[in-house]
Write a protein that binds this ligand. Structure first.
Ligand code: SAM
Ligand code: CA
Length: 250
């Protein structure tokens, strides 16, 4: 029966009678859910049926999985989604805040044209050395300009260098307490119509957990609340991976 309901994925709100019928038969309220809950089996299915990861990205993911902070790496379907956005936009110039071992940067670089540029910001020489090894292996290092310095400093330097409104795409995935600052700087760097993607905006669900009260969670809650009313941008918050906000500069 459940199969039948999900196969009718195209049903719209005029199909309430049918849904209510199935819901009643199942003893559940089908009409209250506008989302589905992922479990490992369904997540594995998503990857098995849609992930098209390059061999170098797969190798980088495997090596990173052996590191103690592997959880920091973005999800592979998220990398593929960002690559799709970049191709849809025809983006040529991108900036990333938070590189770690370079997975998201490589996913972005793969999607950029050969003369495209990604300015990649991080402060960790050790993890970005791994990143650079894989960027070279993928023969994409020429597209990535790694800046080893506090990201706010690098973003300000780009602005001082006359690069305001010259970027098509930005990705923020570093220290959460600085999200507000990175947001303003990236917004200034983006051209009108440019896209900013911000990671971890659901923070493992902590954003709605009243018992959680730490600096990172508060910073993300404040960031989300300010974004909600920021009329300078168009907004969509996707429950992809750990929550991804898509922000288009008007
Ligand atoms: N996007 C990466 C990926 O796909 O694997 C993951 C990034 S990881 C969650 C966050 C990174 O932000 C770390 O590599 C850390 O060194 C970096 N970081 C933390 N504080 C920073 C700062 N002030 N400026 C630049 N990078 C910073
Ligand atoms: Ca992240």
């Amino acid at each position: 029966m459940l199969h039948l309901i999900f196969e009718y994925g195209h049903l719209n709100t005029t199909d309430t009678a049918l849904c209510q019928f199935f819901g009643t038969k199942l003893g559940v309220s089908m009409m209250s859910s506008k989302y589905i809950r992922l479990d490992q089996q369904l997540y594995d299915y998503i990857l098995a049926s849609s992930l098209r990861e390059s061999p170098v990205l797969a190798q980088l993911r495997a090596e990173t999985a052996t590191l103690p902070m592997a959880v920091m790496q973005i999800a592979p379907e998220q990398g593929q989604f960002m690559a799709l956005l970049i191709k849809l936009m025809g983006a040529r110039r991108a900036v990333e805040v938070g590189v770690y071992t370079g997975y998201s940067a490589l996913a972005v670089a793969e999607a950029l044209p050969d003369d495209g540029l990604l300015v990649a910001c991080d402060i960790n020489a050790e993890t970005t050395a791994i990143a650079q090894r894989y960027w070279r292996q993928a023969e994409l290092a020429h597209k990535i300009d790694l800046r080893l310095a506090p990201a706010a400093q690098t973003l300000r330097a780009l602005l001082s260098d006359g690069q305001a409104e010259s970027f098509d795409f930005a990705f923020i995935d570093a220290d959460k307490t600085a999200y507000g600052e990175y947001y303003e700087l990236c917004l200034a760097l983006l051209r009108p119509g440019g896209l900013l993607v911000v990671d971890n905006v659901l923070w493992g669900g902590a954003v709605v957990d009243e018992a959680t009260d730490d600096d990172d969670t508060r910073a993300i809650q404040e960031f989300n609340a300010q974004l909600r009313v920021d009329r300078r941008v168009d907004l969509s918050l996707l429950p992809l991976a750990d929550g991804l906000s898509l922000i288009r500069k008007c």
